[in-house]
Design a protein around this ligand. Structure first.
Ligand code: ASP
Length: 349
């Protein structure tokens, strides 16, 4: 790998922070971030790549728990600015919010024809049993991979973790401890790394036009709440999540196939929010499967109250999709019309 018809592949590794770049500070034993040149020291295999690697380090480096949409905007803008110079991009990112960031970027980068591969690790790259080396090396290989016709093998925003390449906007963090930290229950892996990397070419999305110009949507509207339905929820809590003035949209994390409390007080609040013009999206709390509001009476009454089906979208993807669509237009009717459409592989047809 690494060469296509004599050309050297070029990959930009963007380091935002997270466990992968941590090293123990001998002074106090605490884990602290170090700069990318030290990562290359920790992974001498990187020097053997025929891929030309450049790096960009965010300042400050952050634990991904502190990720803000402004970081997504900087990331998207950086990829846009360097787009012509590289065959692919690897984003080193903490695992805690990686699925949120990869989801958001999938909506923010329109007309993407090159790979943007997020990765990180559960153990710092500087410790002997780290999963970071394998994740980093394979992510770079995937970011540089070309089809026989010279186009990118995976022109998508994705997450590589523990030998699986997952579509970014289908992924969710599943384990706080295991190396197998991410799952994508409603969409098969885009590739699996074994002795060689086997690509699921049928599933990998192809751009409408390979010569498309990348457009970046950095204007995000974050006026979204997420209401996880639970037994014992009070009227006051439901109203504050659904009807608050500062909220433009609410993701209702419902039970099973899209069910919520069937009591009048709850449906009245949902109707009130609908009448206020709020965008209401039904996303299941289940990790796998889809919302079907025609299956049970409770789901059907949500639908009648104006709640839209999120299908099998993840909460992470629903958030990024709403931020992006709402950032693009003040017209809620238009946002609603786009929500149930599959924009970049985030829902099953
Ligand atoms: N708290 C860390 C982060 O998300 C955990 C990790 O990197 O895996 O930044």
């Amino acid at each position: 790998m690494g060469k296509y018809e004599g050309f050297e592949m070029r990959v930009l590794v963007i380091y935002t922070g997270g466990t992968i770049g941590m090293k123990e500070d001998p002074a106090d034993g605490a884990l602290k971030p170090f700069n990318f040149s030290q990562i290359a020291e920790e992974v001498p295999e990187l020097h053997k790549f025929s891929v030309r690697l450049d790096s960009y380090t965010f300042d400050p480096l952050i634990d991904s728990s502190d990720v803000e949409p402004s970081l997504w905007a900087s990331l998207a803008q950086l990829i846009m600015d360097r787009y012509e110079d590289y065959d692919g991009f690897v984003v080193l990112h903490g695992t805690d919010t990686m699925a949120y960031s990869a989801s958001a970027l999938s909506f923010m980068l329109e007309g993407l024809t090159k790979p943007v591969v997020f990765t990180g690790s559960q153990l710092p790259i500087g410790v002997p049993r780290t999963d970071g080396k394998e994740n980093l090396i394979s992510a770079i290989e995937i970011a540089a991979a070309k089809r026989t016709d010279g186009y990118a093998m995976v022109p998508e925003v994705c997450i590589f973790f523990d030998s699986q390449l997952l579509r970014g906007n289908r992924s969710t963090k599943y384990s706080a401890e295991a190396f197998h930290a991410f799952v994508s229950p409603n969409c098969a892996s885009l590739a699996e790394a074994g002795i060689s990397i086997r690509y699921n070419t049928e599933l990998i999305r192809k751009p409408v036009y390979w010569d498309a110009t990348l457009r970046v949507q950095t204007r995000l509207d974050t006026r979204v709440s997420i209401l996880k339905i639970h037994p014992g929820m009070t009227e006051a809590v439901a109203r504050s999540f659904l009807c608050a003035e500062e909220i433009r949209a609410c993701i209702l994390e419902t039970y099973g196939s899209g069910n919520a409390i069937s009591k009048d007080w709850f449906l009245d609040i949902v109707r009130e929010a609908g009448a206020m013009g709020k965008i209401l999206l039904n996303v299941t709390q289940c990790k796998s499967g889809t919302v079907n509001m025609n299956l049970y009476a409770t789901g059907a009454s949500l639908k009648r109250a104006g709640v839209l089906s999120g299908g099998d979208i993840t909460t992470e993807a629903a958030l990024g999709k709403l931020f992006c669509l709402m950032g693009r237009s003040d017209n809620n009717a238009w946002v609603k019309s786009m929500l149930e459409k599959d924009l970049c592989g985030e829902i099953s047809k």
